[in-house]
Write a protein that binds this ligand. Structure first.
Ligand code: FEO
Ligand code: CA
Ligand code: CA
Ligand code: CA
Length: 658
C-alpha cells in the first residue's frame, strides 16, 4: 500500500515537529534517583549559603532596569500575522527583506538551476543548496569584513517538497517502510551544510559568488574524521569503518557555533530519528540506543534510509564484523568542526564534547582566552551543558587552537530554587559515574552523556534550544522552547515553572566572576512567553506569559548582536488554537535591561524562523525561513515553497534594530 505524503500535506511537517518532542528521558526508571537526590540535597545547602552574594546583584539589576536609559530598540514593531494564507516576510518600516539563498540554488560551479517541479536529480542536489536552512554564520574576510565573507548554512532535514511526487514510502514486511533509491540519495544530498562566498558589489548589493573556490556542500555522506577520546574506540567501529576513524556525513544540523579561531561548529540534533534497531532485547540493554530514542522495530522514524543504505540499520548482526552497524548511531550526536576557509578541510567530530541531541555549541571567551562552549539538548526533560577546554585559546596560534576541543571537561547544569546553580562535571568516577551504574570509563560517559547527566542530578529542562552570550557582560541566555508534558514525569520547578508548558520561556544566568570556567552561577527567568489574560478570563494560567511587549510563543533561535540586543526567533505550532493571536512564526528583539520585546519580523505561514547572523558592523543581517508552507519565496500562490536565507538591510544603511 502507498504511504506517500504529499508536500501539500501540512500534517507531514507537524509529524516531523512532533517526533523531536518525544520524552525519552527515563531518569526515573534507571534506579539512579537516590544518587541524584542525595547530591541535590547536599548541594542545596551550598546554594542557600550563597544567597547573600546573589541579592546585591539582583538589586543592581532592578535599579538598572528602572534608570531612564535610551532603549536599545529603535524600530517600529510589526503586527502579528494571523491569516492562514500569509505568504511573505514583513519587517519594520525603513527595512527591506530580500530572499538571498534558497533550497536548490547553485552552490558548486557547474550546478544545475533549480527546477520548480523538483525534478533535479540527486546528483544535481549534491551541488545545490540543501533543504531546511537552520543555524548559520557569517565569517568575514579580514581585509573587507563588512563587504566580503563566507556564509555557512545548516540544512537540518528534508521536506516532501524535495521530490516531484512527494515522499514515497511503501509498506514492506515486519512494519518496514521501503523507499525508492533515487529519493533516498537525494534526501542524503539535501542534508548537511552549504558554504558560500558572498560579497557586496559596487552598487552595495550583496551577492553570492558563483564560481568561488570556497563554495562547498557537505552532506550526509561526506567523509569526516573522528577526533578526541573516542577516535578509533571499539564503540565507534562498524562493518564499513573497522578503524573507527572515518564517519560518512552529518545529519540534522540544527543550530551551531563559531569558534574564536574562525571555524564552524555544526551540531547533530535529532540524529536518533535516522536509525532503527529491530532487536528489542538488545535495544533495552543498550543505553546509547535507548536513552537517545533510536527507533525500535520496523523502520527509522523519519525517512527509512536503511531500506537503501544499510548503515542506518543499527540492529546487531552477530554474523558480521563489528555486529554490522550497531555502532553507527554512536557516530552521531557530536559537534562537527569545519574550517570554511579551507575548502579541502576534513570535518572533525569532536568527541570530548559528549554525545547529545545537540542543538547548539555557543562559544564564550574571556579576556584571558578562557573558554566555554554551551549547548542545549532539545528534548523534553533534557539538559543544558557546557564544555570547558583544558587549554585556553591563544589568539593567532592556530597550531595550538586547532585541536582545543579535543580535551576538556563536560558539565551539565543544575538550577536551584533560590536562584543559584552549578555545573556538575560529567567526569568518570564522580558519584554515579561508576561501573556499577554502567559507566565503565570516560568513553562510556561521553557516549551516554544524557545518562551521565541523569546520574549526577542535572535539572531536566523544558527542551533547551539555543544559548546566547551577551557580548560584553557574558550573561548567558537559553531558550526553553516548550514542554507540553511538564508536570507529568518531570514536576514543575523554579526554572521550569509551568505545567503543560505550551509557550516556553527564556532563562538567563551569570557565571560567578563572569568566568566561563566557573562551576557555579546565579540565574533568573528573563521572560515567560505566552498570552495575556482576556477580559473574559478565558486564558488558563499555565498559558499566561509576562512579556513586556509583543506576544510570541516557543522561543528557539537566540542570539545577541554586537550592541547587546537579544534576538529571539520562534518555532511555535501555528496550527495550535493557543497560537491564534500570535500568528505566524517570527523574530523579535529584546532589550536585556528593560526586558522590552518588540516584534521585528514575521515569516510566511508554515515556516519556522531560525538561523541568524550579521556582518561585524551589523548593517547586514541574514535570517532563515525554514519549511515555508505555501509558496515563499515566489509568493505567487503556486510555486513550490523553498527554505530560504533572507537578507535584511536598512534603507539608510544603518545598524539593524537600532
Ligand atoms: Fe532543530 Fe531543537 O530545533
Ligand atoms: Ca531549533
Ligand atoms: Ca523546528
Ligand atoms: Ca524548535
Amino acid at each position: 500500500s502507498e504511504l506517500s505524503m504529499s508536500w501539500q500535506n501540512p500534517e507531514f511537517h507537524r509529524q516531523l515537529e512532533a517526533v523531536d518532542d518525544h520524552s525519552i528521558n527515563p531518569t526515573d526508571k534507571q534506579g539512579l534517583g537516590d544518587i541524584a537526590l542525595s547530591r541535590r540535597t547536599l548541594l542545596k545547602g551550598l546554594g542557600a549559603a550563597s544567597l547573600a552574594t546573589l541579592l546585591p546583584s539582583l538589586l543592581s539589576a532592578c535599579s538598572a532596569s528602572k534608570s531612564p536609559q535610551a532603549s536599545l530598540l529603535g524600530f517600529q514593531s510589526v503586527a502579528a500575522q494571523t491569516s492562514s494564507t500569509f505568504d511573505s516576510v514583513v519587517v519594520p518600516a525603513g527595512y527591506q527583506a530580500t530572499p538571498f539563498f534558497s533550497w536548490g540554488d547553485a552552490v558548486l560551479p557547474g550546478a544545475s538551476d533549480w527546477h520548480s517541479d523538483a525534478s533535479n536529480s540527486w546528483e544535481d542536489q549534491q551541488m545545490q543548496a540543501g533543504d531546511n536552512h537552520d543555524g548559520m554564520h557569517y565569517f568575514p574576510f579580514a581585509d573587507q569584513p563588512n563587504e566580503h565573507g563566507l556564509l555557512v548554512v545548516n540544512h537540518e532535514y528534508v521536506n516532501p517538497t524535495l521530490h516531484p511526487e512527494g515522499m514515497q514510502f511503501t509498506a514492506g514486511p515486519d512494519n518496514r517502510r521501503e523507499r525508492p533509491a533515487e529519493q533516498v540519495h537525494k534526501e542524503i544530498a539535501a542534508h548537511g551544510l552549504s558554504i558560500i562566498e558572498i560579497r557586496r558589489n559596487a552598487n552595495g548589493q550583496w551577492q553570492r559568488v558563483a564560481d568561488s573556490p570556497f563554495n562547498r556542500r557537505i552532506t550526509a555522506s561526506t567523509p569526516m574524521a573522528v577526533s578526541g577520546p573516542l577516535a578509533a574506540h571499539p564503540t565507534m567501529r562498524t562493518e564499513s569503518d573497522p578503524t573507527g576513524l572515518e564517519i560518512l556525513g552529518t545529519i540534522n544540523n540544527c543550530s551551531m557555533g563559531a569558534t574564536p579561531w574562525q571555524t564552524y561548529l555544526a551540531c547533530e540534533e535529532n540524529f536518533h530519528n535516522y536509525f532503527v534497531n529491530r532487536d528489542e532485547a538488545d535495544y533495552d540493554a543498550r543505553p546509547t540506543h535507548k536513552r537517545y530514542g533510536i527507533g525500535l522495530g520496523g523502520s527509522s522514524r523519519y525517512y527509512a534510509w536503511e531500506a537503501i543504505e544499510p548503515r542506518f540499520n543499527a540492529t546487531p548482526d552477530a554474523s558480521r564484523p563489528y555486529q554490522g552497524h550497531v555502532n553507527e548511531p554512536n557516530r552521531f550526536g557530536w559537534v562537527v568542526e569545519v574550517d570554511p576557509f579551507d575548502p579541502d578541510h576534513t570535518p572533525r567530530k569532536r568527541t570530548a564534547m559528549g554525545r547529545l541531541g545537540r542543538e547548539c555549541a555557543t562559544c564564550v571567551i574571556d579576556d584571558n582566552g578562557h573558554m566555554a562552549v554551551y549547548s542545549g539538548d532539545d528534548a523534553r526533560g533534557e539538559y543544558v551543558y557546557k564544555f570547558v577546554p583544558q587549554q585556553p585559546y591563544r589568539a593567532g596560534d592556530s597550531a595550538h587552537n586547532r585541536d582545543l576541543l579535543d580535551a576538556g571537561t563536560l558539565y551539565a547544569a543544575q538550577f536551584d530554587a533560590d536562584g543559584r546553580g552549578r555545573w556538575l562535571p560529567l567526569r568518570w568516577g564522580e558519584p554515579g559515574l561508576t561501573p556499577e551504574n554502567g559507566f565503565a570509563d570516560q568513553h562510556a560517559v561521553l557516549l551516554n552523556a544524557r545518562g551521565a547527566a541523569d546520574a549526577v542530578g542535572a535539572t531536566p529542562m523544558d527542551r533547551p534550544e539555543w544559548v546566547a552570550s551577551h557580548p560584553t557582560t557574558r550573561e548567558m541566555y537559553v531558550s526553553l522552547t516548550n514542554n507540553t508534558e511538564r508536570g507529568k514525569a518531570d514536576p514543575t520547578d523554579a526554572a521550569n515553572p509551568r505545567e503543560q508548558n505550551v509557550h516556553g520561556q527564556i532563562l538567563r544566568w551569570r557565571e560567578d566572576d563572569a568566568d566561563p570556567r566557573a562551576t557555579e552561577f546565579e540565574w533568573d527567568l528573563f521572560v515567560l512567553a505566552g498570552e495575556r489574560q482576556k477580559a473574559d478570563n478565558s486564558i488558563p494560567s499555565h498559558r499566561l506569559g509576562n512579556i513586556n511587549g509583543d506576544l510570541f510563543s516557543s522561543p528557539d533561535g537566540l542570539a545577541f548582536d554586537p550592541d547587546g540586543r537579544l534576538w529571539i526567533l520562534t518555532d511555535a505550532d501555528e496550527q495550535a488554537p493557543y497560537t491564534a493571536d500570535i500568528g505566524c512564526n517570527q523574530m523579535l528583539c529584546a532589550d536585556p535591561l528593560s526586558r522590552e520585546i518588540r516584534r521585528f519580523l514575521v515569516g510566511p505561514r508554515g515556516a519556522e524562523i531560525t538561523g541568524i547572523t550579521w556582518t561585524p558592523d551589523a548593517r547586514a543581517m541574514w535570517v532563515n525561513v525554514q519549511h515555508p508552507g505555501i509558496s515563499y519565496p515566489a509568493s505567487d500562490g503556486k510555486t513550490r515553497p523553498r527554505s530560504t536565507t533572507v537578507l535584511i538591510t536598512r534603507e539608510d544603511g544603518g545598524v539593524i534594530g537600532s
